[in-house]
Design a protein around this ligand. Structure first.
Ligand code: AP5
Ligand code: MG
Length: 216
């Protein structure tokens, strides 16, 4: 199954994609995570991406699309993939369609995780992440005892772009550039809205239900 997870910053795309990836046994591809990994390793891509991410702006389409094109052509994506945070503009969505069509593939479903802006701020300001493996926690909703990653033991940190002024810019960029994708995919009959107001586990169950996978 080829899936897209759409939604505002902090909607829970990464959290749900991690759960879905384990259940469906297909890779979770987060463009944000690929950029952060490059920033950590101080690559040329990381240096470029950081100039946008640190301000809460989108990385240019041509850069982002090439990364996704390379990633989905890898063997582990042959049985499906979950795109988290991509596409984020209409132009990216159109380029994705072209890439998939060339490979004889298509997107099966687009899950739009619905949340209001106030809840986003609460989720992001209390999010803690593992700087090594990217695992995500929340001080209130998904806490850890000793501030150490359960997967790799690394000390957890706040994400650099989870500062109040950057969060505001990310939300604005979402409404301006990414929200139009809701209508884009609705028009293609692929969109399903999933509410993310309940707990992490219930939100994942809502998504599984919407995908017709309840009971797996
Ligand atoms: P990216 O990393 O994609 O960030 P984002 O879209 O802003 O989304 P987040 O990762 O902040 O939130 P999320 O929806 O994954 O929520 P999470 O699961 O962590 O992108 C970062 C930057 O990279 C962008 O700003 C841009 O600059 C650049 N970029 C990336 N992709 C790009 C593209 N395609 N084009 C151009 N630029 C691009 O959950 C949030 C918190 O809430 C966590 O603490 C979690 O534990 C908690 N939580 C989750 N679900 C629930 C729940 N149901 N109940 C309670 N708490 C919950
Ligand atoms: Mg994320």
């Amino acid at each position: 199954m080829n899936l897209i997870l759409l939604g505002a910053p902090g909607a829970g795309k990464g959290t749900q994609a991690t759960g879905l990836s384990e259940i469906l046994n297909i890779p979770h591809i987060s463009t944000g995570e690929i950029f952060r990994d490059n920033i950590r390793r101080n690559t040329e891509l990381g240096k470029l991406a950081d100039t946008y991410i640190s301000k809460g702006e989108l990385v240019p389409d041509n850069v982002t699309v090439q990364i996704v094109k390379d990633r989905i052509s890898q063997k582990d994506c042959s049985k499906g993939f979950i795109l988290d945070g991509f596409p984020r503009t209409i132009a990216q969505a159109e380029m994705l369609e072209d890439i998939l069509t060339t490979e004889g593939k298509s997107i099966d479903k687009v899950v739009n995780i619905v949340i209001d802006d106030e809840a986003v701020v609460k989720r992001l300001s209390n999010r803690i992440v593992c700087p090594s493996c990217g695992e995500t926690y929340h001080l209130e909703f998904n806490p850890v005892e000793d501030n150490k990653c359960k997967k790799c033991g690394e000390q957890l940190v706040h994400r650099d772009d989870d500062k109040p002024d950057v969060i505001r810019n990310r939300i604005a960029a979402y409404h301006r550039q990414t929200e139009p994708l809701v209508e884009f995919y609705r028009g293609k009959g692929k969109l399903m809205n999933v509410l993310s107001e309940s707990s992490i586990e219930e939100s994942l169950q809502n998504t599984l239900y919407a995908l017709g996978l309840k009971g797996i």
